[in-house]
Ligand binder design. Structure first.
Ligand code: FAD
Length: 377
C-alpha cells in the first residue's frame, strides 16, 4: 500500500503508525529480487518489491540460462512457462582462440538445457510470477533513503515511504542499499562490458560462441529466431578497438547504441546482517564469461526467502542467518576457481587462447570446465 494519498488534489502522507508494515521489502526486481519475492509471497509473507525501472526492460547480459536454473524455476512452478517464451536452445559452446582456431563442446540436451532468452522477456515473467503469488510490486520506484530503527523505513525518489521488518538488497552490482548502509565494496574498473541485440546472421546455428580477440572477448548467442545477443568485454582503453571489430563483423553502424555496464569485478559482501540480507549481484558479482549470474541470483533469492520465513515463524535469528550465509558460501564454493580462471583468461586473451589451443589437442580440460559450469544442481 502506498504511503501517499490524494484527496481533493492535495497530496499527504499517512503517519508511520497508519502505514502497513511489510514482513519483507525487496529492493530490485531482477532475478534475485523476483525469486526472493515469489518464494516469500508463496509462504504467505506480506511482500513488497521496489523496482527502479518499468518492466519489460533489457539488461547488459549474455541472456543465457544455465541448466542449474531449472530446478529453482520448477519450485516456482514456472519452468514450463519459461520454456514457451521466445528463446533459443543452445546445443554447443564454441571457444575460438585469437587467430581463429576453435573447439566445440556439447551442452546438455533435453529439457534441462542451456537456454537463451532475452532478459526483457525472462525478468518480466519472473516479476509477474511474484505478483501472481501475492507480492506488491512497485515499478519506476527508486529507493533513495533508508533508516533502520525498530524495522526499516524506506524512502523513494517520488517521496513514497514504506516500513518493513526485513530488508533485502537485490539491486545489483552497484547496490543502492549497500551504498546507503556504507557496505558497498570499492568497484574495480579494470574492464567494461557492452551489449546489444543484432539481427541473427543466416545459418548461425544453436551455439553460444566465446571468442578471444586481441583486445578482449566477445560472447554471442541467438536468443530467438531473429536476434543475436552480442556482448563485448574489454579493458576500458581497448574497448574502442573491440567495438570496431564488432561493427565490421556484424555490419552495424559505428554510431550503434550499445548498452553498457561496469564494474565487472567487485569484492563480495556478507549476505546476512541482522534484519538486512543481500542476494544476487548485490552480494557477489561473478565473471560474466561463465554465464552463471542468473542462477546465483535465483538460488540466493530462494535461500534468503527460506531464512526470512524461518525468522518470521519464530526460529532463532542468529543461527538462521548463519545458516543462510553458510549455504550461500557453499553455492559458490567449487565454482570460484573457475571464475578466477575465466577472469585471468579474459584479462589476458593470450591465456584464453592458450586454453583453446591446448583443448584442440586434449579437449577434456574445456569439457570438464564446461561440465562444471553447466551441470544441473
Ligand atoms: C556482459 C555480461 C554478460 C552476462 N551474461 C550472463 C549470462 O549469459 N548468463 C547469466 O546467468 N548471467 C550473466 N551475467 C550476469 C547476470 O547478468 C547477473 O548476474 C544478474 O543480472 C544478477 O541478477 P540480480 O537480480 O542480482 O541483479 P540485476 O539483474 O542487476 O537486477 C537488479 C535490479 O535492481 C534494480 N535497482 C537498482 N537500483 C535500484 C534502486 N535504487 N531502487 C530500486 N530498484 C533498483 C534494477 O533496475 C534492476 O532491475 C552477465 C553479466 C554481464 C555484465
Amino acid at each position: 500500500m502506498s504511503a501517499e494519498m490524494t484527496l481533493c488534489g492535495l497530496h499527504f502522507f499517512e503517519t508511520e503508525a497508519e502505514m502497513e508494515t511489510f514482513d519483507v521489502a525487496i529492493v530490485g526486481g531482477g532475478p534475485a529480487g523476483s525469486s526472493c519475492a515469489a518464494f516469500c509471497a508463496l509462504a504467505g509473507l506480506r511482500t513488497l518489491v521496489l523496482e527502479r525501472e518499468k518492466f519489460p526492460r533489457e539488461k547488459v547480459c549474455g541472456d543465457c540460462l544455465n541448466p542449474s536454473c531449472w530446478p529453482v524455476l520448477d519450485r516456482l512452478n514456472l519452468a514450463q512457462q519459461v520454456r514457451i517464451l521466445p528463446h533459443a536452445k543452445l546445443d554447443f559452446v564454441e571457444f575460438i582462440a585469437v587467430g581463429g582456431r576453435k573447439v566445440v563442446i556439447d551442452l546438455p540436451p533435453g529439457d534441462e538445457c542451456e537456454f537463451a532468452v532475452k532478459r526483457s522477456v525472462f525478468d518480466d515473467r519472473l516479476l509477474r510470477r511474484a505478483s501472481e503469488l501475492g507480492a506488491d510490486i512497485y515499478e519506476e520506484t527508486t529507493v533513495t533513503a533508508l533508516t533502520n530503527s525498530h524495522g526499516w523505513k524506506i524512502e523513494t525518489a517520488r517521496g513514497e515511504r514504506f516500513v518493513t521488518r526485513t530488508l533485502v538488497g537485490a539491486d545489483g552490482r552497484n547496490s543502492t542499499v549497500a551504498r546507503l548502509c556504507n557496505l558497498l565494496p570499492r568497484p574495480e574498473r579494470e574492464r567494461i562490458a557492452l551489449q546489444s541485440h543484432l539481427p541473427l546472421p543466416a545459418n548461425f546455428g544453436n551455439s553460444a560462441v566465446l571468442q578471444f580477440l586481441p583486445n578482449g572477448y566477445s560472447g554471442l548467442a541467438p536468443v530467438n529466431g531473429q536476434e543475436l545477443n552480442v556482448c563485448l568485454v574489454a579493458k576500458p582503453r581497448e574497448m574502442e578497438a573491440l567495438k570496431k571489430w564488432a561493427t565490421k563483423r556484424f555490419g552495424v553502424s559505428p554510431n550503434h547504441a550499445w548498452r553498457t555496464i561496469t564494474p565487472l569485478t567487485r569484492d563480495a559482501l556478507s549476505p546476512a546482517h541482522k534484519n538486512l540480507l543481500f542476494i544476487g549481484d548485490a552480494a557477489r558479482v561473478v565473471e560474466p564469461f561463465t554465464g552463471e549470474g542468473i542462477y546465483y541470483a535465483l538460488r540466493s533469492g530462494e535461500l534468503a526467502a527460506q531464512a526470512i520465513i524461518k525468522i518470521i515463524r519464530g526460529e532463532d535469528r542468529q543461527s538462521t542467518l548463519r545458516e543462510f550465509a553458510r549455504t550461500c558460501a557453499e553455492m559458490y564454493r567449487g565454482r570460484l576457481w573457475i571464475n578466477r580462471l575465466a577472469r585471468a583468461s579474459v584479462l589476458s586473451p593470450r591465456l584464453g587462447s592458450f586454453f583453446v589451443h591446448a583443448a584442440r589437442i586434449d579437449p577434456s580440460i574445456l569439457r570438464l570446465l564446461t561440465a562444471k559450469i553447466v551441470r544441473p544442481n
